[in-house]
Design a protein around this ligand. Structure first.
Ligand code: CTP
Length: 408
């Protein structure tokens, strides 16, 4: 969960100003306090009243004198802010900021603040490409500013090219990353986890099941959340309670789990820890099977879809950057796990020995091997929550940093 932070949102004068109103809503949803500042250009497009109403805070403009008591208070706020966002950042605003001008409230704030500054440029593509703008962006970048966008697409004047302000969703995501404490390497990431067994009905009262307790998957979900991720947990039948702050989807069968997992995409990382039944009963009965008559029923089995393989085979863009499977083995643990890594096209396989004498399946402790194409890591026997934290730390280090949209 994100802690409350104070964000100064400088809204520049461009048609994209109206999309900053949506950004205010998203930032507040993430728990931030947003203080809008409108340049005189911005006021041609939106009113301070609409920004203030959405922010639930006073909106500042140049209508106040810089020596005004209120305005001085706002300068103090600029010094204390956790982040300053400039969205949309027009060519003019970038130029004034790059040259250290302080000729209005917005640029004064940019000079006064000690907080990180995130620019979301929006302008005509030719203006963005102009050497003067390139120089200004490079200067601001060298001064330590962050950038997101602009994006490709049609801009308001009808021209195509790079110039559209990044989507408010994307800007809010970048804010999450910028404000993430250093010990939250998964901040801003979506981690999808499956856990527990699946139950495959034989009739309305009987099921094919396995001994998985779901403990490891639930512990992984909690560990991912602790590292700052947004977590979706798709769980088969277990008696474990929901994990606070984790979005839970409860299912019964492998087919339901498959459906829920694909519905929860996109994700940055998918950890398939469920003990999915390989088979379901093809001739499951709609009514309770009775003894007598023709003797015991003969169950006909059909193979269940392989959820892990289906995720790993998704096309780029839809496929999570890291697809992680588990291998529960009762012999030749490492060799079987390596074969599984290849066969299912996973990026990582986490292997454990579930022979009955280990007490791992359904138990409190586990011993794991993390296997990738190029590395092998052994995690000694320990309680599942501790093992889960170690696994997540390792996986977080494997997630490559996405293109942040930086320019310069
Ligand atoms: N898995 C899955 N969907 C299935 C079966 C398995 O997503 N229908 C996932 C599990 O969650 C686990 C991995 O695949 O991450 C390995 O599962 P396992 O049942 O051990 O592998 P199998 O392919 O069934 O191989 P084998 O039966 O030969 O051990």
């Amino acid at each position: 969960m994100t802690a409350e932070r104070h964000i100064l949102l400088i809204i520049g004068g461009g048609i994209a100003a109206y999309r900053s109103l949506e950004l205010i809503r998203l930032l507040r949803r993430d728990g931030h306090v947003v203080h809008p500042v409108l340049t005189s250009g911005a006021r041609q497009f939106i009113t301070p009243l609409s920004a203030a109403a959405l922010a639930g805070q006073k909106a500042f403009t140049d209508l106040f004198s810089l020596t005004d008591e209120t305005e001085m208070g706002h300068i103090r706020l600029a010094r204390q802010a956790d982040l300053v966002i400039v969205a949309p950042a027009t060519a003019n605003l970038l130029a004034r900021a790059a040259n250290g001008l302080a000729d209005d409230l917005a640029t004064t704030i940019l000079l006064v603040t000690a907080a990180p500054i995130l620019f979301a440029p929006a302008m005509n593509p030719r203006m963005w490409e102009h050497p003067a703008t390139r120089r200004n962006v490079a200067q601001l970048f060298a001064d330590g500013a962050h950038f997101i966008g602009p994006a490709e697409g049609e801009v308001a004047c009808g021209e195509q090219g790079e110039g559209r302000m990044s989507e408010p969703q994307a800007i809010a995501g970048r804010v999450r990353e910028l404000l993430a404490p250093v010990d939250q390497p998964l901040a801003g990431r979506h981690v999808l986890i499956t856990a527990g067994p699946t139950h495959e009905p034989i009739d309305p009262v009987r099921v094919l099941a396995n001994r998985s307790s779901g403990r490891m998957g639930f512990a992984l979900a909690e560990a991912a959340r602790e590292l700052g991720a947004r977590v979706t947990l798709v769980a088969g039948p277990t008696c474990l309670p929901d994990v606070p702050g984790v979005h839970a989807m409860r299912v019964q069968t492998a087919q339901e789990m498959m459906h829920a997992v694909h519905e929860a995409l996109p994700a940055d990382m998918a950890i398939l820890a469920a003990a999915v039944a390989d088979w379901r009963v093809k001739n499951a009965s709609a009514t309770k099977l009775k003894k007598g008559g023709n003797g015991p029923p003969v169950l006909e089995l059909a193979e269940n879809p392989d959820i892990l393989a289906s995720i790993a085979a998704l096309p780029e863009g839809r496929r999570p950057a890291l697809v992680v499977g588990f291998a529960a083995e009762t012999g030749d643990v490492l060799a079987n796990a390596r074969a599984k890594l290849k066969r299912k096209r996973a990026d990582v396989i986490i292997a454990n020995d579930v022979s009955p004498q280990t007490g791992i399946l359904g138990g409190e402790e586990t011993e794991l091997h993390i296997i990738t194409d190029s590395a092998e890591e052994h995690l000694p026997r320990q309680p599942k929550p501790r093992a889960a934290r170690a696994v997540l730390q390792y996986l977080a280090s494997l997630l490559v940093k996405p293109d942040s949209g930086s320019n310069g």
